[in-house]
Design a protein around this ligand. Structure first.
Ligand code: MN
Length: 285
């Protein structure tokens, strides 16, 4: 199932090129959810609501995707996790830029993962308002996991049980000397979308071809089978430090080919099994 948020905080199921309105389910789920819960009520309720949502979608008229404004697929994530340097060829390209050997890089296991501010999340219908035009602003193509249920100290063997679904993400970055989390948390620097594909549709998350284009020109092309920490290991690793909550986003790392963008550029991040996140860069508002 492809679940999207759209227009004015509506919930939809995408079937073919149409969005079917299931906002009534979202309303009921949210009414029953405690205000102080951690994570997103709709994602948490999905296992119980899945078949009802599918029935509602079949009964609802479809609206063409081209006529809706797509929002980030999760309304209230408790956090946005992100894996640094998780593809060998990206580690090598960054080391080459800095003129140092790639094998001296400390690696994700020693570096840990990092967090991006929730306030940096935008959806496909937004833009990426670029700041610091005198500095490098770069795209990072990433598969993003959406956590489905609360868990901590999750083992690799059980990790996939904690995934609600997948979406595409751009880990936008201002290059510079400040802390990584600071440079990657600028407003709009965490685009996600176009929707969440539920985990049952992805047979193996460590075998997903991914591609990024800027204005139609391919810049990044890889496969999640090149991940240094695969998706199970990322969940095991992150949950050894954090409790994961339903709706948490997890950026899984970027392959080689990161490159600068400027206002006006159209960036597309795509995976055949997930979909295409297409978003435009703009001047800072
Ligand atoms: Mn990244």
């Amino acid at each position: 199932m492809r679940l999207c948020r759209y227009d004015n905080d509506r919930l939809g199921v995408v079937i073919g090129n149409n969005v079917h309105d299931v906002t009534a389910a979202q309303d009921e789920i949210r009414r029953a959810a405690p205000y102080d819960m951690m994570g997103d009520a709709v994602i948490a309720a999905l296992p119980a609501w899945r078949s009802r949502i599918e029935d509602m979608a079949k009964a609802a008229p479809g609206k063409p995707l081209a006529e809706v404004k797509l929002l980030p697929p999760v309304a209230r994530p408790s956090k946005v996790m992100a894996a640094p340097t998780n593809y060998r060829a990206h580690v090598e390209e960054m080391a080459a830029r800095q003129g140092r050997p790639a094998d001296q890089h400390r690696g994700i296991g020693a570096a840990g993962i990092f967090l991006k501010a929730n306030s940096s999340i935008v959806g496909p219908s937004d833009t990426i308002p670029l700041r610091f035009s005198d500095r490098l602003n770069e795209h990072e193509l990433e598969v993003v996991v959406i956590i489905g249920k609360k868990g901590t100290n999750i083992s690799r063997e059980n990790a996939l049980d904690y995934i609600a679904g997948y979406t595409m993400g751009l880990d936008m970055t201002v290059r510079g000397k400040e802390d990584r989390s600071f440079r990657k948390s600028v407003d709009g620097y965490s685009p996600v979308g176009p929707w969440m594909v539920t985990a049952d549709e992805i047979a193996d998350p460590d075998k997903l071809p991914i591609e990024l284009t800027v204005n139609g020109v391919t810049k990044q092309k890889s496969n999640t089978d090149n991940l240094i920490y695969d998706i199970r290991k990322l969940i095991e690793f992150a949950s050894s430090f954090y409790t994961l909550h339903p709706g948490d986003y997890f950026y899984t790392g970027t392959p080689e080919g990161v490159s600068p963008v400027k206002p006006g550029d159209w960036v597309s991040a795509a995976c055949p099994a997930i979909g295409e996140l297409r978003i435009q860069c703009s001047e800072q508002a």
